[in-house]
Design a protein around this ligand. Sequence first.
Ligand code: BG6
Ligand code: MG
Length: 220
Amino acid sequence: MKKIEAVIFDLDGVIVDTAIFHYQAWKRLANEMGFDLTPEQNEHLKGVSRFESLEIVLEIGKINHLSEKEKEEIATKKNEWYRENILKMTTDDILPGVHLFLEKLKSANYKIAIGSSSKNASTILERIGYSTYFDAVVDGTKINYSKPNPEVFIKAASELEANPKNCIVFEDAAAGIEAAINAGMKSIGVGKPDILYKANIVIPDLKNLDIAIFDKLIEH
Ligand code: BG6
Ligand code: MG
């Protein structure tokens, strides 16, 4: 990478802490079906679509007798529980350091996008005052394949008219880092290095983050 054209952000777990709401809802569903979901198992649900997540949860619980209709019903139930939480969100729920860093990017004329597997992305962006803030939003309603497939990030780059090679992705999910690699992009993992070890750099959060971090990704 010689020059950075655009920066693509995952939403759940990077911009806002909705990853915990997803976990709580899946855990509640698992508990209703008679089993538990550990934080380690939950890592496999991050970044993947609602239905793929459901399949993973059912596999963990060794539940293999459900019809497609029953699966649809429980995925809907999970989504309703999840939406009860996101509908209460406000601008105060933007994670620490995020807004300041986004403002720095905008001032320095970087193009910014959201690349999320979620079909609830527009609701969240509206709740936190970011409906029109990003130059592009590619979410679960615009893609056929969720992360680790690169589609979401390739589409975001295309909407920004940026070369994928010159894009940086911020991600909290292992599947999202894989998607960035599959898209030919550099990645910054937000979270724990043992989970995000395939990222180019891992940071705990966006607090006090400066654009100078990109220097570590540029080949001089
Ligand atoms: C991703 C989350 O952003 O969106 C996943 O990391 C979630 O955990 C996926 O399953 C789909 O979200 P939704 O809101 O469409 O159910
Ligand atoms: Mg995420």
